[in-house]
Design a protein around this ligand. Structure first.
Ligand SMILES: [Zn+2]
Ligand SMILES: [Zn+2]
Length: 258
C-alpha cells in the first residue's frame, strides 16, 4: 500500500476552458501545453484511495489522461456546470464499482435532481443511467473518507455559498470571492493551498489575482497554487515570473506530493 498523499490537477481553467472556442486571443493560440486548461478538478490519492473534487464537462478526458481505473468518491464544491456537467461520465465506474458516493451540500443535490432528473428517477429509471449515492455535507461537520478527515470550509461565490475542503496539510478552494475570518481559521496551518485566481481585472464572483494574493497573505501556507484561470490572465510562463516565491499558477497534469 502506497501511503503517499498526492494531488494531480485534472483541470485548471475557468468555465469555458482554454483555448476558448472561436477565440483568437494569443493565450488561446499558445503552443505551450501549460496554457491549455481544462475545467477545474483535482484528483487526490493516498493509500489505495482515490477521490476527485468536482466533475466538470472534461471529466472523461481527464480521467482517461491520468489512467484512473477506480474512483472511490467525488466531492462537489457547488452546482455550476463547469463543476458538475460531467456527471453522466461516471457510468464506467458504476459498471465496475456500483453506486458512486458523492459528497455535496443538500442545495447542490437539489440542483442536480433538476438538471439530471434521469439520474435520480425512482420509477422506470433507464438501466444504463448513472447511479449516485448522495452524502450530504455542510460546513460545520467534518467527514472521513479513505481513513482521513475532511474539514469542510464555506466561502462565497458572489452570494452563492461554495464548499472547500481541507485534508491534513492540503486545502482546496475554488470559485471564491469572499470568505469569513471564522472559515479562514480552519485553513490556517495548511501546507499547500489551492485557490482560484481568475485574472488581473476584478470580477463579481471570483478572486482576481490581487485578491487571491491578499488571501494567501492571510492564510500563510508554505506553497500556493492558483487555479480556475482565465485566458485573460496571460501566458502561464509570464504570469509565473511575476508571482511571489512559493506562489504558482497550477497547470493541467501537475502532480504534487503533500
Ligand atoms: Zn467555476
Ligand atoms: Zn462557479
Amino acid at each position: 500500500m502506497d501511503s503517499t498523499f498526492t494531488v494531480t490537477f485534472l483541470g485548471t481553467g475557468t468555465s469555458q476552458g482554454i483555448p476558448v472556442i472561436g477565440s483568437n486571443h494569443p493565450v488561446c493560440k499558445s503552443l505551450d501545453p501549460k496554457d491549455k486548461r481544462l475545467r477545474v478538478s483535482v484528483l487526490l490519492r493516498w493509500d489505495d484511495f482515490t477521490c476527485v473534487i468536482d466533475c466538470g464537462p472534461d471529466f472523461r478526458q481527464q480521467i482517461l489522461r491520468e489512467n484512473v481505473s477506480r474512483v472511490d468518491a467525488i466531492l462537489l464544491t457547488h452546482e455550476h456546470s463547469d463543476h458538475t456537467a460531467g456527471l453522466d461520465d461516471i457510468r464506467p465506474f458504476n459498471f465496475m464499482q456500483g453506486n458512486m458516493p458523492f459528497y455535496a451540500h443538500k442545495r447542490v443535490f437539489k440542483s442536480l435532481h433538476e438538471r439530471f432528473a434521469y439520474i435520480f428517477e425512482t420509477v422506470n429509471k433507464y438501466p444504463g443511467a448513472p447511479s449516485v449515492e448522495e452524502i450530504e455535507i455542510d460546513k460545520d461537520t467534518p467527514f472521513i473518507i479513505g481513513g482521513k478527515e475532511v474539514i469542510v470550509i464555506e466561502a462565497f461565490h458572489d452570494k452563492l455559498p461554495v464548499l472547500g475542503f481541507r485534508v491534513e496539510g492540503f486545502t482546496y478552494l475554488t470559485d471564491v470571492k469572499t470568505i469569513t475570518d471564522k472559515e479562514i481559521e480552519k485553513i490556517k496551518g495548511t501546507k499547500v493551498l489551492v485557490v482560484n485566481a481568475l485574472r488581473e481585472e476584478e470580477h463579481y464572483s471570483h478572486f482576481n489575482l490581487s485578491e487571491a494574493l491578499d488571501f494567501v497573505q492571510k492564510v500563510k501556507p508554505e506553497t500556493t497554487y492558483f487555479t480556475h484561470i482565465s485566458h485573460i490572465m496571460g501566458f502561464h510562463e509570464e504570469v509565473e515570473k511575476k508571482l511571489p516565491q512559493n506562489v504558482h499558477l497550477a497547470f493541467d497534469t501537475l502532480t504534487i506530493t503533500i
